[in-house]
Every structure is written in C-alpha cells, then in structure tokens.
Design a protein around this ligand. Structure first.
Ligand SMILES: *Cc1c(COP(=O)(O)O)cnc(C)c1O
Length: 382
C-alpha cells in the first residue's frame, strides 16, 4: 500500500467556488477577499482580519505594525518553520531562539525568562502541530516586560486554549492557507487583531502601501487616484484563493474532527509500546495539523532516520517537523554552532517522525500505518 504524507481536502464546492471566482472576471483581490475577511472575522470573533498572500506575509506585517526594526529582539521557538524567524530578519531585527517543551514541542516558558533582554520587543509563540502554547504564562511575561505577542497560528485552525481560539489571544494572530495546512487555498494567509489602526496599516502595507480601497480603482465608479503614504509590499490575496477559503472555512471543524479521530487511533495503538512515545493533547484542543510520533531510542537498535527509511520501504511517506532553526547553515554562520544549548529540542528532533494525518485517510490506510509502525518497532527492539 502507498500512503502519501498529505492529501489536501478539496471537494466539489471548493472547485465550484474557485471556478466562479475566475468566471466573474475579477481574479485578484476584490469582493471575494473582502467577504472572506468578514467571514473569517466572524468565525474567529476578532474585529479585524486582513487577508494576505501567505502566513509569512501576515507575520511580517504583524511585526511591521508593531514597529519592530533594527536593534530589536524577537523571541521565537527553534522548532518551527523558518518563516517564523525569517520575518524577524526581514525587519532588520534579531531572532532569539527559545528551546521547546519535550511533550508538546511548543516554546518552553522556562527558557523565555533567560532570553529576555532590554532589547526584547516581542514573542512569537507557535502552536506546534495545533497544540496551543501556554498562553497565560506567555501573556504574563509579555505584560511584565511590555512585549507584543504575535501568534504563529499556521497550524492552529482550529485549536483551542481554555476555550479561546488559538490566534485570537495575543496582540496579532497569523494563519496559513498554504497547500498542506488545515484550510488550503494553494497560497494564502490571514492576520487578525483587535487593533483597528494596525488592521488599517496592514491593509495598506499588503498592497504597495496604497490606501485601502485602491484595489477598486479599475471597477465602475472607482477612481484612478490613490496615494502612497508608506512603502508597502505585494502581499495581497487573490479572489480565487478567497473563494476557496470561504468554501473551506465552512468545513474546518468537520475536518478537525476527522484528524482528531485519526490521532486518537494512533495514540490508542502506540500508548502501550515502550519503543514509541505517542503525542497526547486534551481532546478538542488541537487542530491536529500534524501527528508527531516520537520513537524511544533507548528501546530501539535503529535511529529515527533509519525508522523513516523502514516506513518508506512499507510505502508510507512521513516527514520531520521541524529541522530546528539553529541547525541551518545561515544561523550557524550568524550565531555559531548552538546545538549544545538546545538539549530539549535536540532530544525531540532525534526522535520525531510526523505520520500521515489527513481527513480523507481511510480506515485501511490508518490500520496499515499502525501495523507498519508496530512491526518496525518490534523488529528493531533492543
Ligand atoms: C507553514 C508555516 C508558516 C508559513 O506559512 P505560509 O502560508 O506558507 O507562508 C509559518 N509558520 C509555521 C509554523 C508554518 O508551519
């Protein structure tokens, strides 16, 4: 059996939505984008949402509206996609790396205290795999030290922290609609905030710094006139993506339940095996964007890399989330070799394997993944 790592869930209504956006003649940012922003604000309960071309763009604009710039430090977890740190570099600021928690793989709150400096301006917690970070503790630190909290909620649609939607707890929340994420429009992202001025500024910055309604300039009744108050970026969403997003947003909770059921089956199957470390989250809290299994190296004769090869021989595609940021040559050049400083991240990284988890996975596929994982664990038991 061949099992891909991920299959996006795109049904006929998503296709029809995209086709009708194309047929409407207005393909770039326009009425569908505005409608998607409004629906997204309703869904998240946030007063303002700004649709952009990616979560990377949303994170960048979040830092811009917080006026993060050269000389500033922004704390990011090491176990994330490079975008979380990259956007700090875009602003000329310095990403400061925080270690992670061995169970949740999210930012370690203890490590935050040691990283604070007079230059610290913001923290970007990442809700890894959909597991909500310890937002109360992060919020306390941010209040005490006057820091912005920008949530990287790329994995977290929908995830819940004490009955609050992840991404709506900090000063700004950023979501991703990249091809593999829980709501997929190919490329796309959303910034949400309660701050009207920030929303207005982000809305300008995403389209070259033009005032907010300049996209209407080719429409009937639109004017050719616009002003540039500040240099911006080309970060707008397209109406094709927005139409897909509108259609998919109706399904996000149904799809979460499907992924959660798969995670539950994995956890039930792996919990009694001392060669395997299941990934446990309170029911209903996680989007389950990923299922990060860890293997117990002390109980096995093979490494994580070899375990992945064995799964591949069974026809199962897996991945690793993530290669810790300090391992990239760019950051080694910039900061030196920091591997020894991140003991918890290294512990997780050398054990983690992301198993396939997607809504259309069949019972046979789930059973097959479980069967192969258990049989490899048995075959290479120490
Ligand atoms: C995917 C991802 C991003 C970037 O999202 P894009 O929409 O592809 O820009 C940011 N942070 C994390 C944790 C991600 O996994």
């Amino acid at each position: 059996m061949n099992i891909p790592f991920h299959v996006p869930y795109i049904d006929d209504s998503d296709l029809e939505a995209a086709v009708s956006a194309i047929k409407s003649g207005w393909t770039t940012m326009g009425p569908k984008t505005i409608e998607f922003e409004e629906r997204f604000a309703q869904y998240t309960g946030m007063p303002f949402s700004v649709a952009v071309s990616s979560c990377t763009a949303a994170l960048h604009l979040a830092l811009k509206v917080c006026n993060i710039g050269p000389g500033d430090e922004v704390i990011v977890p090491v176990n994330t996609f490079v975008a979380t740190a990259e956007v700090v570099c875009y602003c000329g600021a310095t990403p400061v790396f925080a270690d992670i928690d061995r169970d949740s793989h999210c930012i370690s709150v203890d490590s935050l205290y040691r990283l604070l400096s007079p230059k610290t301006r913001a923290i970007i917690p990442v809700h890894f795999a959909g597991t909500p970070c310890e937002m109360d503790a992060i919020d306390d630190i941010a209040r005490q030290h006057n820091l912005y909290v920008i949530e990287d909620a790329a994995h977290a649609l929908p995830s819940w922290y004490k009955n609050r939607l992840a991404g709506t707890i900090g000063h700004v929340g950023c979501y991703s609609f990249y091809a593999t994420k829980t709501l997929a429009t190919g490329e796309g992202g959303m910034l949400v905030t309660r701050n009207e001025e920030w929303a207005r500024r982000a809305g300008r910055l995403r389209l070259h710094g033009m005032n907010r309604d300049a996209w209407r300039r080719y429409d009937r009744g639109g004017s050719w006139q616009y002003d540039i108050e500040e240099m911006g970026y080309k970060y707008n969403m397209t109406d094709i993506a927005a139409a897909m997003g509108l259609s998919q947003l109706k399904k996000v909770e149904m799809l979460q339940k499907k992924r959660e059921a798969i995670a539950q089956r994995y956890n039930d199957a792996f919990s009694e095996n001392d060669a395997l470390i299941p990934y446990v989250v309170n029911k209903g809290d996680s989007s389950w964007h990923l299922y990060p299994l860890k293997i117990n190296l002390e109980a096995l004769t093979i490494s994580r890399d070899e375990f992945i090869v064995k799964l591949e021989e069974c026809g199962i595609k897996t991945s690793v989330h993530f290669i810790p940021l300090y391992r990239f040559s760019y950051f080694v050049k910039r900061y030196g070799n920091q591997e020894a400083m991140f003991t918890d991240s290294e512990w997780v990284f050398t054990r983690e394997i992301s198993l396939p988890i997607f809504p259309s996975m069949t019972d046979e596929q789930i059973d097959y993944v479980i069967e192969c994982v258990l049989s490899i664990a048995k075959q290479f038991k120490r």
